[in-house]
Design a protein around this ligand. Sequence first.
Ligand code: SF4
Length: 428
Amino acid sequence: METKFINSQSLPFCKGCGHTTISQNTEIALRKLGLKLLDVILVTDIGCHGIIDKAFDTHTVHGLHGRSVALASGVSAGLNNPEKKVIVFIGDGGATIGMQHLLDAAHNGYNLCVVIHNNMLYGMTGGQPSEFTPKGFKTPTLTEGAEHPGYDICALVTAAGASYVSRISGIGDISDKLAEAFSRKGFSLVEVMEVCPSYGVKSNPGMKLSKLIEEAGIEIKVYVDREMKAYETKIREGLPGLLSPALTIETEFPHTLDKPVRLFLSGTAGEGVQSAAELFIRAGMRCGLQVTKKGSYPVTVGVGFSASPIILSPEPIMYTGAPEPDVVIVTSEDGLKFAQKLIDNMQEDKLLIIDSTLGVPETKAKVIVHHFRESAGGRNAMIMALFEYLKQYRIIPMEALMKQFLSSKISANTKLKALIEETFEIEG
Ligand code: SF4
């Protein structure tokens, strides 16, 4: 069966938007190249084009404005595998903001292909001009028209050392031209000229893309097509590379899971939430389970909430988020505030474990209240809560978590060790 890269019939763009043409032709181009879903990593930027990532069933990463090329360069260097196809979708606004990243990526020959969606303005924020807006082109905030021609990004990345660069008009079937760029090793870029009907056409009534391209003297052509050395990540002897080898832990304990269980741990920064989550998932690995862990906390790392969605599963985990967790564990006021919406939406089949200092919030979920902070202090409340969870729901044996605990630095805390042994009647 032919691989389907886009999972939706209707794409999230305004009628007539050039982004639709690019997305649909990207799917066709990827099929023509015989790529599989998990061979492709699509990195998108901020802008209307970026909302497409939900519709792509490949790996997708959504970057900050202008930073998607830098992000993709890191992904490409980390993968260090030319068989994987890293594609960047970026608008002319993002390319303006992140121009240095584009030049650096071309200069270093990172294995990736950038597709610039150049509709000559910032569509998502109401039609401000970018540095790619051609001379005379009007936008809602530049009604007299641009004074200067836009940057020729194709010439710039060619000079920086790209292996393949082309500018095309985004009308009709552009799949072969995209496939051409996708198939290259090293850095390639294709700039697709297109229109934003909502702001571009409205500000320039009667505008036709082909006429505009001709009048602005924008060249539609292949700028360069040459063999350049693609970036190769240096793996230093004896030191872990960018991607460490997969961590393998021998299966020593059984588990009782026949489907994934999703936990959401929510507490206060500096109170060991992330380390407790780490111990728990590693204990899961000791039981032969597949696991994922994410960390969520404010940029001011040491204050406010600290949360960790984790998944333990007998099957491979294809999606790491836990928007509707089966179990929410809350150990502090910060954690309660952060998890409040999740708690509000919990149904009867879910479980909330909460510290006794916080009261019991209104919820349909089953609730277990415990004195974790009182008995072990805030710093150790989460690891105590996880032992309590295992005591009541033996998805993995408490011994697996104890073994992981003993192999960690936290076990140097002899009072905590003794408390765990006494509370959970388990030998350390
Ligand atoms: S605002 Fe413009 S760029 Fe954004 S989706 Fe609509 S037509 Fe496309």
